[in-house]
Design a protein around this ligand. Structure first.
Ligand code: IVH
Length: 669
């Protein structure tokens, strides 16, 4: 170790003394940030750091890409340009119970023929997935997961994450590493306290805080957020042999390269994994960062390869989630909401409480009978649980001496939205008025939601506001919205308005099945919508079918057939469907059954598509017996190039392959 005084004076630095200083600081930073075992005191380190600052300001020609000064941030990037992921960044299948984990284990045994498969269990970090590219050991590019196929460039902010090395300890020619960026719980609480002090909005949970902090233009702000990177897999490495086991990647390769994987990894068979799961679950609240389960991977990388992946997720791994989390809080009020089918749902407004890292301020009470069974009253303290993406729900009243003196809620007899009389059907109370504003708003909200056509930027609140302002009156109207119309709303800015209009526009071509499920016809969910779409081919044919013909379709029951017929016979809906057409909504017909028009053909999609998501595009090819590949080769038949297509397009040009625009691809269908 050399102290700052032992180096030459800044003016006399040359390449070799510069590199010596850079490498000493890198070494000390690694000890401090990665290994948590500082070798020198802060003053010693700070002196070296200041010396480096001085040297770089005097000798601009010496500055290197891996200079520790790059970690300070200050670099501003505005574009977040698209970065393709090759191979795509997949998601993981979930197991929500022991049984589901055992099903996974059974499948692994069956498919590998191994009677005692060995697993590697890792924490399932709850942060933002990211990929980092190192060339000759130097950090060159970092990107978010995005939609799995294309992410956003976050190189400038990733550089400031303390435990991400700018320069690797061992230097493979090329390294692609993936992992999760998280914010530790304490750092999250500190950040929110600071934001509150400044009168700014808080982040709901550490995950959002991490994501928001990485996707900032000004990287010095990112640095102040103190993020942590946990690597979990190596996607490719050149000039190095990959070890045989996932556990070796964690315990040997990561540290050798200069990373620290999180604690709590574990190697063992099924029974041991079960015990490990329980141990981690019971200690999770003491961990410095949030995890929402454990990821169990086949330990042998060779077996991982052999098992392969589906389009969505690897077959060799599963995320075993922890059970629902509970919290306790008070009921401030009970309100009644009219859903899209008219069902009235009692909803509790809660004193905000953080459950599993998310602030919960509303929870469903399900229905009248559930509410009465639990004997819930305004002012009660209740137990609330949430699991995964499910809406939080109240499960129990915590008894106290005042409960009996609180007034029992009275279920309304008239609709809270339209004021019309309610009717009781089974355990549900329903507003039968099809023109009820509450129902219509909920229908539009459903139409644009993830379960519908998925207009990402158009949240429930905006739909409510646009409806109340009279600029939309049904789902079709969203396609006629203009930027000028939505700009005057409070909290709407130029940027958001443009984004909303663009995302609506991007959903103007919709696969017929997606459109169908979005209409919210009782009984017509994703699966039945798919079946109806395949059996009718288009809207006109479907609407011409009578109940008998509908019921004749396999899996379509009489109740659903009736609901479809009722939907069709309602003049409101006729009008609605006509409006979709008028506003230029285009329904993409499914491939006729057993369409083999793309048989033997391989497609590669690159760049950003405008009308279709990647998954939809891939589905359309597969429905026609074609193949979709992630990389371009001489065997590729078509390369569909969206916006900002990069190296794949270049390669396709070199190989003189057929290159299609998205429009051309669509017209091939
Ligand atoms: S493996 C190849 N390992 O979970 C498939 N993912 O639901 C996925 N995640 O977006 C990567 N901890 O960001 C893997 N130890 C871990 C993980 C992990 C968290 C995230 C990952 C991904 C999501 C999948």
């Amino acid at each position: 170790m050399k102290s700052a005084e032992e180096y030459p004076v800044p003016e006399l630095f040359d390449r070799s003394s510069y590199r010596a200083l850079v490498e000493e600081i890198q070494f000390l930073a690694h000890q401090y940030y990665v290994l948590d075992s500082p070798l020198v005191d802060d003053a010693f380190y700070d002196d070296l750091f200041r010396l480096l600052q001085r040297v770089e300001s005097l000798h601009t020609d010496l500055r290197d890409q891996d200079s520790p000064l790059k970690k300070i941030g200050g670099e501003i990037s505005k574009d977040f340009s698209p970065v393709p992921h090759d191979p795509p960044m997949l998601s993981l299948d979930n197991a929500l119970s022991l049984e589901e984990f055992l099903v996974f284990d059974e499948r692994i045994r069956r498919e590998t023929g191994q009677s005692h498969p060995e697993y590697h269990a890792e924490p399932k970090y709850d942060g933002l997935a990211a990929e980092i590219l190192y060339l000759e050991g130097i950090l060159r590019k970092a990107s978010t997961r995005g939609d799995g196929f294309t992410g956003e460039d976050i190189t400038h902010t990733m550089r400031t994450v303390a435990n991400v090395p700018l320069s690797l300890r061992k230097k493979p020619g090329r390294l692609l590493i993936r992992g999760e960026v998280v914010m530790k719980k304490q750092d999250f609480l500190d950040l929110n306290a600071e934001l509150t002090e400044k009168g700014k909005k808080n982040f709901a949970n550490p995950r959002n805080a991490a994501a928001g902090s990485l996707r900032l233009q000004d990287s010095s702000v990112t640095r102040s957020r103190r993020l942590t990177f946990f690597p979990y897999s190596v996607t490719s490495i050149e000039g190095f042999t990959l070890p045989e086991l996932q556990s070796d990647i964690w315990n040997t390769l990561f540290p050798e390269l200069g990373f620290r994987p999180g604690e709590l990894s574990f190697r063992g068979g099924r029974e041991e994994v079960l015990k490990h799961y329980e141990a981690v679950e019971s200690s999770r609240s003491e961990l410095p960062f949030d995890i929402d389960g454990i990821v169990i991977k086949m330990n042998s990388l060779k077996t991982q390869q052999e098992l392969g992946t589906t389009t969505r997720s690897p077959k060799f791994a599963i995320a075993w989630k922890f059970a629902a989390r509970a919290g306790y809080t008070r009921i401030n009020s009970i309100v009644y909401q009219t859903g899209r089918t008219g069902v009235i749902t009692p909803v509790a407004n809660l004193e905000p409480v953080t459950i599993g890292g998310v602030v919960v301020s509303r929870a469903t009470l399900h229905n009248q009978s559930q509410m009465e069974k639990l004997d819930i009253r305004q002012g009660d303290t209740v137990e609330v649980i949430r699991s995964g993406d499910v809406i939080p729900r109240v499960v129990r009243v915590v008894p106290d001496e005042k409960h009996a003196s609180r007034e029992a809620p009275v279920f309304p007899t008239h609709c809270p939205s339209c004021g019309g009389p309610l009717v009781k059907e089974d355990i549900f109370v329903r507003c039968p008025n099809p023109d009820c504003s509450g129902r219509v708003v909920a229908q539009i909200q459903y139409f644009v939601s993830r379960d519908g056509i998925d207009v990402e930027t158009l949240g429930e609140e905006w739909v409510q506001k646009f409806y109340s302002a009279g600029i939309i009156s049904d789902a079709a109207d969203i396609f006629a919205l203009t930027k000028e119309q939505i700009l005057p709303f409070e909290k709407m800015g130029e940027k958001l308005a443009a984004k909303i209009i663009a995302s609506i526009h991007s959903r103007r071509s919709i696969p017929f099945a997606v459109f169908l499920r979005s209409l919210g016809i009782p009984g017509v969910g994703s699966h039945i919508a798919q079946i109806l779409s395949e059996n009718s081919g288009n809207l006109e044919t479907l609407l011409a079918m009578d109940e008998k013909e509908l019921t004749a379709i396999h899996e379509v029951g009489p109740a659903t057939a009736k609901a479809i017929a009722e939907f069709r016979d309602n003049p409101r809906n006729r009008n609605l469907l006509e409006k979709f057409r008028k506003y230029g909504v285009e329904l993409i017909s499914p491939a006729p059954k057993k369409d083999s028009s793309f048989s033997g053909k391989t497609f590669v999609f690159t760049g950003t598509l405008k009308k279709l998501s990647r998954t939809e595009a891939a589905e359309l090819v597969k429905e026609r017996s074609g193949r979709v590949s992630g990389s371009v080769s001489a065997k590729t038949d078509y390369v569909v190039a969206g916006e900002a297509a990069g190296s794949k397009l270049e390669k396709a040009e070199q190989l003189q392959l057929t290159i299609l625009t998205e429009e051309e691809f669509l017209s091939m269908l």
